[in-house]
Write a protein that binds this ligand. Structure first.
Ligand SMILES: Nc1nc2c(ncn2[C@@H]2O[C@H](COP(=O)(O)OP(=O)(O)O)[C@@H](O)[C@H]2O)c(=O)[nH]1
Ligand SMILES: [Mg+2]
Length: 199
């Protein structure tokens, strides 16, 4: 044995990494969801809403929210020693859309978060993933005080293909957020053309 490198035990495994995007409108709970499940303190790039940003960032319905994600959220979950998920909360505002193409490169799939009070805010994300044939599901973040609609009503309102999963969630709740991610992985793996994860 030289320089302390043990000859015992298995050599360290290069983990398989999967990339998952979390998209949806401004204030829908992307940062909250990534924070709820990430095992590392999520990296966030938040900016205090400035006067300059105000005309663009419509905060009606999300009063009390004073920061907005300008770049993205980043989190990590180790599913197994050899399987690591990276979560990217995509920038919600249209002026940051240029980042999406790079972020979605090689992504396993996407969670589109929706708020039934502002369902139209997720149209753009749904369109984006449909057009690029990136597997996605819609997770309705059930805010207190928002009317609860059955998943099928949301599916209809968003005109989703029947195979796109729609579920209700609470982005603040770790178990609920985990279920969303697991459903997405299962959905992505079900597709015949599912890309094989790369090491
Ligand atoms: N009541 C409730 N509040 C939530 C929920 N998810 C997020 N929030 C709050 O809604 C605000 C916007 O969430 P945030 O994650 O920053 O939205 P983002 O712009 O999509 O990243 C924050 O103040 C959150 O604490 C939820 O499920 N229920
Ligand atoms: Mg955010």
């Amino acid at each position: 044995m030289v320089f302390g490198r043990s000859e015992h035990g298995a050599p360290p495994v290069e983990p398989v990494t999967l990339k998952i995007l979390v998209a949806g409108g401004f204030g829908v709970g992307k940062t909250t969801l990534v924070g709820a499940i990430s095992e590392i303190r999520p990296l966030r790039t938040e900016e205090t809403l400035t006067e300059a940003g105000r005309p663009v960032d419509d905060t009606s319905g999300v009063e009390g929210k004073h920061t907005t994600t300008v770049a993205m959220d980043f989190g990590r979950i180790t599913l197994r020693e050899d399987l690591v998920l990276y979560l990217f909360g995509t920038p919600g505002q249209e002026r940051f859309w240029f980042m999406w193409d790079e972020l979605s490169e090689g992504a396993l799939g996407a969670v589109v978060l929706a708020d039934t009070r502002r369902l139209e805010d997720c149209f753009a994300a749904v369109d984006y993933f449909e057009r690029r044939a990136i597997p996605f599901l819609v997770a309705v973040n059930c805010f207190d005080g928002a009317a609860v609609y059955p998943a099928d009503a949301v599916r209809q309102a968003l005109d989703l293909d029947p195979q796109v999963p729609v579920l209700l969630c609470d982005a603040r709740d770790r178990e609920s957020a985990k279920e969303v991610i697991i459903d997405l992985i299962e959905h992505a793996m079900r597709r015949p053309s599912a890309p094989q994860p790369t090491a």
